[in-house]
Design a protein around this ligand. Structure first.
Ligand SMILES: *Cc1c(COP(=O)(O)O)cnc(C)c1O
Length: 425
């Protein structure tokens, strides 16, 4: 169910009216629903019941500490892509022992920190990375648990910027090089080869490419087993899409359906080939956990009739929400208190000095200056991609719990933005 709905003609997040949130905390503000978050995570958790499985939330989608805390309490592990994200896991009380570290450019400092904190696994993406990790672990007198991120060369059929599993992408070890890379890893004294992973892309609406990737991983696991390299876990990555609500968009396969099909294949393989041996299954979902839990609440400053189009100029901008300009993403726009009257076609744009600063294009709206708009399905890759371009402080973030509204990140103060800068001596 949607946790953002009209009650008495006013858009609410669960039991909290958005105009009251705007009055109390100002705009632009990210508003998240706690119930939606728990529901989304619960869909994964329930589908994994009774199995050796771990859901590692890919926190680059939304890394607010309160969100990490809520998910950690539900049993989530974490998928991180930087040392900074590991520090967030720890600050939120999350378990480093349930944390996996992805990414192609891990520094010595990041590896050191992750080894100190005894993370669950490093998802390694190249031979030079294997050697660096082996050296860092040796220097600490430790062994690093590793998985290789294999690039299964399947077409995720998504936006080129978020397709990651093709040969032309910078990610992962090519499928044809995987066996040799595993042999190299197994020969290094301070590495423990424990798993295999992939992540083929984001905003996938169909699970066929994911199941195709699974088959390729299974093929490799069998080949490795015949060489005496036995893996303990299989990590299929994240990537499941969400319904952004654009006309004609098809809805994504439900989490339970996808996981059901995936587990069925794994069970069949284990019974037939893998000698019934257990294997832990890891997921790295980001978007499908948080996207529909949040909206970006913004106020119209001016309406500007143009020669060719009309503009609704709002107080949120591309620095707050980059998806439209970065991926030409379509985001839903809903008036918080819809009014009667003639609708006009507007581009919803921010005040930043870039023509790319738009949030939505060609939307039919009946609005007046001062009205509030909600940019829908903004809980993933919204705040985490925000910048301070134009010396704009980043938005506030609140989480709604029933009727209660909790501020979980203060609006940034412009003076803080240049506090680390200095004049020449
Ligand atoms: C971004 C990312 C994810 C999460 O992807 P979603 O599409 O948000 O589910 C998972 N794994 C890795 C390695 C990633 O980089």
């Amino acid at each position: 169910m949607s946790h953002f709905s009209y009650q008495n003609g006013v858009l609410h997040a669960d039991g909290a009216a958005l105009p009251a949130i705007a009055d109390q905390f100002g705009t632009p503000t990210y508003v998240y629903s706690k119930a939606a978050l728990l529901e989304n995570f619960g869909a994964y958790f329930d589908a994994c019941k009774g199995r050796d499985a771990l859901v590692c939330y890919a926190m680059k989608a939304n890394s607010n500490l309160a969100i990490l805390d809520l998910l950690g309490r539900e049993g989530a592990g974490f998928d991180i892509v930087s040392g900074g994200e590991l520090l967030r896991v720890i600050a939120a009380g999350g378990d480093p022992g349930k944390t996996i570290f992805s990414g192609i450019g891990k520094t010595v400092d990041e590896m050191t920190l992750a080894l100190e904190k005894n993370i669950l696994c490093f998802n390694v993406e190249s031979i030079p990375e294997l050697h660096r990790l082996n050296e860092v672990a040796a220097g600490m007198g430790k062994r690093a648990p590793v998985s290789l991120r294999v690039n299964p060369n399947v077409d995720a059929k998504t936006h080129p910027y978020i397709a990651t599993g093709l040969k032309a992408n910078k990610f992962g070890v090519a499928f044809d090089d995987a066996l040799d890379t595993y042999r190299a890893a197994a020969a290094l004294p301070n590495l423990d080869v424990v798993g295999i992973d992939c992540h083929i892309g984001s905003q996938l609406l169909d699970d066929a490419p994911l199941l195709e990737a699974l088959d390729k991983l299974i093929e490799l696991i069998d080949q490795l087993g015949s060489e005496g390299i036995n893996l303990h876990h299989l990590d299929i990555g994240g990537g499941l899409g969400v319904d952004y609500g654009a006309e004609g968009d098809k809805p994504p396969v439900p989490v339970g359906t996808y996981l059901g099909r995936l587990f069925a294949r794994i069970d069949a393989w284990r019974a037939e080939k893998h000698g019934g041996q257990p294997i832990k299954v890891i997921f790295e979902p980001g978007r499908s956990i948080v996207a529909n839990t949040g909206v970006l609440l913004t106020r119209i400053e001016f309406l500007k009739p143009g020669v060719e189009k009309n503009f609704a100029i709002v107080d949120a901008a591309m620095n707050d929400l980059m998806r439209p300009t970065l991926y030409q993403a379509w985001m839903g726009v809903q008036p918080v208190a819809p009014r009667d009257g003639d609708k006009l076609i507007y581009d919803v744009v921010g005040p930043i000095c870039e023509s790319g600063d738009w949030l939505a294009r060609e939307r039919e709206l009946a609005v007046e200056p001062g009205d509030l708009l909600a940019i829908m399905t903004a809980g993933a890759y919204g705040m985490t991609m925000a910048s301070n371009y134009n010396t704009r402080g980043r938005a506030a973030e609140v989480i709604v719990d029933g009727e209660q509204v909790h501020l979980v990140r203060q609006r940034e103060n412009p003076a803080d933005l240049f506090a680390l800068e200095s004049l020449l001596k």
